[in-house]
Design a protein around this ligand. Structure first.
Ligand code: ZN
Length: 510
């Protein structure tokens, strides 16, 4: 028996339980906690975070890790144990570089910036938020300097979310993507094809939409014995531990789609977590700068799983060949006179919008590229915070052909920067690209896939994802995992091909 490894597991388990308990508090905070509970809850979070941080960076854990590594010398590098040790070493080294004073200062700056941002967004007043963002940026830059990256400072921030990825990798792939994607959106906007979205804007009963979403994700393979869906202001997935992976959904709109597609999106994230090998249980990992019970490989790979379910499955013709009759039975009067083809086109309508979270499949990445370019400029020092509203307006005009009338629908729209998440946005686009790369491989391995989807049969798809992606958890770095599965590195080609084929047909492009 691997004695040193088991000792390490014991130490890690205590941290894992603290981190998981902290997640239970987060879940409760965003679902059922009464409004007056906020202050006490913030204190509980701070206590648990401090305790888990101290235990994680302790000399005791460092020694246990070293002993386990010595014991594991000669172990198969593809084994779960070797993978766990690699990841722990990486996270331990990273977390030890960050002084406790920085952690505390950043936590305070974050909570203040978030509050100021919330009000500034309501008032559409960037000037009010500017000093807070400057402070967050300065702190993120000093965080990056602790890790002394060889290339861009941005690399150190990106590495928290996408281990091993560099700004130059992103630049290369975005440079390939940008002109093709702008061109596609332009051709779509000039198309004469009739794509009618009004079908979806009729009032659809919210409870029935909610139940239909549950039915679909159960078919997809989301395990309700180890998960549940509750209502929250924004959809998210949260891992309390690997056998309790919850999702939330909103119930704000009667228009059809946002509830179902949010369910499918979050179920994609959650099925990934539910499929991580039990061997990884009890080991916390760094996700962002915080400890997490998830043990997933990266945000980009995570997002590939959610976008696959939401878009490649949920917005496909095959899926609706199977489910449209069922939807018609649930909503007979709402869908009266609507055929499958009109419905399929309406859920795939392309229309540039100022707001990222409302963006469709064809324009979404343009929102991300704009943010990435701005973040990179801020971190590398070529852009000043004060100039952001103007730069935002220019880039939105260039990429989307729209001009934000105010900061609320421009530079102030997203929560991320106020929360200190700089270097995070690109993982959304990585998710789209990786999903398409995986999908290409899945189609080769499962030639019968379309017919299975038409029959609401998802077990082969889930088994493939379990075997190739989910079970490995954080064993490999994201690009290594992608390479092992597809034989290639990150590429925009499968995504561009998918997008071009799909929309050329819907919009009858030449
Ligand atoms: Zn997501």
């Amino acid at each position: 028996m691997a004695e040193a490894f088991e000792k390490l597991r014991g130490l890690c388990s205590t941290i894992y339980d603290l981190v998981g308990a902290n997640e239970v508090l987060s879940w409760d905070e965003q679902t059922y906690m009464p409004p007056g509970g906020g202050e006490g809850r913030a204190r509980q979070h701070a206590t648990l975070e401090r305790l888990s941080h101290e235990l994680f960076v302790s000399d005791e854990l460092g020694q246990a890790l070293e002993a386990a590594e010595a014991e594991a010398a000669g172990l198969d590098p593809d084994s779960d144990e070797a993978g766990i040790l690699r990841r722990l070493r990486r996270d331990f080294t990273k977390k030890r570089r960050v002084p406790a004073e920085w952690v505390e200062e950043f936590a305070q700056a974050q909570s203040l910036a978030f509050q100021v941002w919330r009000q500034a967004k309501i008032d559409s007043d960037f000037k009010a938020f500017q000093p807070e963002l400057e402070r967050i940026l300065a702190l993120r830059r000093s965080y990056a300097e602790f890790h002394a990256p060889k290339g861009s400072l941005y690399d150190a921030l990106l590495d928290d979310y996408e281990p091993g990825m560099k700004a130059t990798d992103l630049r290369a792939v975005f440079d390939e993507l940008r002109p093709r994607q702008v061109e596609l959106v332009r051709s779509i906007s000039e198309s004469k094809a009739a794509v009618d979205e009004s079908i979806l804007l009729r009032p659809f009963d919210i409870k029935k939409q909610w139940d239909f979403g549950l039915e679909v994700i159960e078919h997809l393979g989301y395990d309700f014995r180890r998960g549940r869906q509750d209502e929250a202001p924004h959809p998210f997935t949260i891992t309390l531990h690997l056998d309790d992976v919850r999702i939330t959904n909103w119930s704000k709109a009667e228009a059809f789609g946002s509830i179902l597609f949010a369910s499918m999106h979050e179920a994609g994230h959650a099925m990934y977590e539910q499929g991580i090998s039990p061997a990884m249980r009890g080991f916390p990992t760094l996700s962002g700068a915080a400890l997490d019970p998830s043990h997933s490989v990266s945000l980009g790979i995570h997002e590939s799983q959610s976008r696959m379910m939401e878009n490649l499955v949920g917005r496909s013709r095959a899926f609706w060949k199977g489910y449209f009759p069922r939807l018609q039975a649930i909503f007979p009067s709402e869908l009266e006179g609507v055929d499958l083809e009109a419905f399929y086109r309406s859920i795939n309508r392309v229309k540039p919008t100022l707001i990222r979270v409302e963006a469709d499949e064809a324009t979404y990445n343009l929102h991300i590229m704009l943010r990435f370019e701005i973040e990179l400029g801020l971190v590398e020092g070529s852009l000043a915070v004060a100039d952001l509203p103007e730069i935002w307006r220019e880039k939105t005009q260039d990429y989307l052909g729209l001009t934000p009338p105010d900061d609320r629908s421009g530079v102030l729209q997203d929560i991320h920067w106020s929360d200190g998440y700089i270097g995070y946005f690109p993982t959304y686009t990585l998710g789209n690209l990786i999903a398409a790369q995986l999908w290409e491989k899945i189609r080769q391995d499962l030639p019968d896939l379309d017919r299975q989807i038409e029959q609401a049969q998802f077990s082969d798809l889930l088994a493939w994802l379990r075997e190739k992606v989910h079970r490995h958890g954080a064993k490999y770095e994201p690009m290594e995992l992608l390479h092992r599965i597809t034989g290639e590195g990150l590429s925009a080609k499968p995504y561009l091909q998918y997008l071009t084929e799909k929309y050329s047909e819907i919009y009858e492009l030449g």
